[in-house]
Design a binder for this molecule. Structure first.
Ligand code: F6P
Length: 364
């Protein structure tokens, strides 16, 4: 590692997420304004690192992007330098090209790499750090499933999108006397479903952490009808599963750090509700709308704080770390801690308790 930092590289990895541009803006502005250090943006996540695609980011490049969703650098949730697909003799095989990645950065005169990503990208960042590359991480994901931080940026915006969807579904549910099922993202954690469900006044919330029984879901819906409420709102996390059953897998993407893509449980639940309650049910799969659009003020502020703090870590030589919100402070935690364990909803979480108190059923 060089003693003086002159050039920092930054990349956005994994699924896109509102607030990525806010972090990039803060990284570039802090590096230039405070330290007079150059920033190189790597295009399309680790793919750009492997294929040597990059561009210098000036203050001008990051001007006017604070409110914009997506990432000006592009991203991918496929290219893993430790398991990179190549075709040899007509056959697809996987190679470890991490050495090439480190060489590429050295040739560019890069002194440190900031990885903005979820657990997949941060795990790659950790491995590169263990191979000697000075790496600092920034926690990104709408799923909010990183245990070493109070919250990841992007979650708040996804939560607002899901809550607005529930507000809209409420009006049509009420008008048509239907059961409206909303399937939301979140992978193996139920944070989006739980919090949007509470904020959007859902009657049933199904999350991966509490396997559900469809009979209990129907009991709740029928009980509401008997009491005069002829509609119900059900929020289902994509990772929700029935007691003794499995999650519904939509597809498997071999080249991805996390190959499983969940999806489809909403349709299963709606069909079962229709059968057991006799009430007309409809499904909305919110999908990638949750990752799109302008970040909320919370995510813009958190992204700005994370980006500025990441540069501070680089400049003070604190590598192998991730910036983290430990309210009210931004602190540094090790990348090891960052990817050690997914942050799932604890079943004794006070939010679950409060939701139950106001009559929400978790189907259990
Ligand atoms: O991790 C973010 C996320 O949006 C998950 O909630 C979801 O399961 C997954 O990514 C979807 O990935 P893709 O963009 O590959 O469909």
């Amino acid at each position: 590692m060089k003693e003086k930092i002159r050039k920092i590289a930054v990349l956005t990895g994994g699924g896109d997420c509102p607030g990525l541009n806010a972090v990039l803006r803060a990284v570039v502005k802090t590096a230039i304004n405070v330290y007079g250090v150059e920033v190189v943006g790597i295009e399309d996540g680790f793919g750009g690192l492997i294929q040597n695609r990059h561009k210098v980011l000036t203050s001008h490049d990051v001007s006017g992007i604070l409110h914009r969703g997506g990432t000006i650098l592009g991203t991918t949730n496929r290219d893993n330098p430790f398991k990179y697909p190549v075709v040899e003799n007509g056959e697809k095989i996987y190679r470890d090209v991490s050495g090439q990645v480190i060489d590429n950065l050295q040739k560019l005169g890069i002194d440190a790499l900031i990885v903005i990503g979820g657990d997949g990208s941060l795990s790659i960042g950790k491995e590169l750090w263990e191979k000697g590359l000075p790496v600092v991480g920034v926690p990104k994901t709408i799923d909010n499933d990183l245990s070493a931080t109070d919250v990841t940026f992007g979650f708040d915006t996804a939560l607002v999108t899901a809550t607005e969807a529930l507000d809209k579904l409420h009006t049509t549910a009420e008008s048509h006397h239907r059961v409206m099922v909303l399937e939301v993202m979140g992978r193996y954690a139920g944070w989006i479903a739980l919090e949007a469900g509470i904020a959007g006044g859902a009657d049933v919330i199904l999350i991966p952490e509490i396997p559900f029984q469809i009979e209990k879901v129907c009991e709740k819906i029928v009980d509401r009808r008997v009491k005069g409420k002829k509609f119900s709102i059900v929020v289902v996390a994509e990772g929700a599963k029935p007691l003794g059953g499995e999650m519904v897998v939509a597809k498997v993407i071999e080249d991805s750090a996390d190959p499983i893509r969940l999806g489809g449980i909403g349709n299963v639940v709606a069909k079962q509700i229709e059968e057991c309650s006799g009430m007309e049910s409809r499904v909305t799969v919110l999908g990638h709308l949750q990752r799109g659009g302008s970040p909320t003020p919370f995510d813009r502020i958190l992204g700005t704080r994370y980006g500025a703090a990441a540069v501070e870590l680089v400049m003070s030589g604190q590598f192998g770390k991730m910036v983290s919100l430990k309210t009210p402070d931004i602190v540094a935690v090790s990348l090891e801690e960052a990817v050690h364990e997914l942050r799932k909803v604890q079943v004794d979480n006070d939010k679950i308790k409060a939701a139950r108190s106001v009559g929400v059923s978790f189907g259990a």
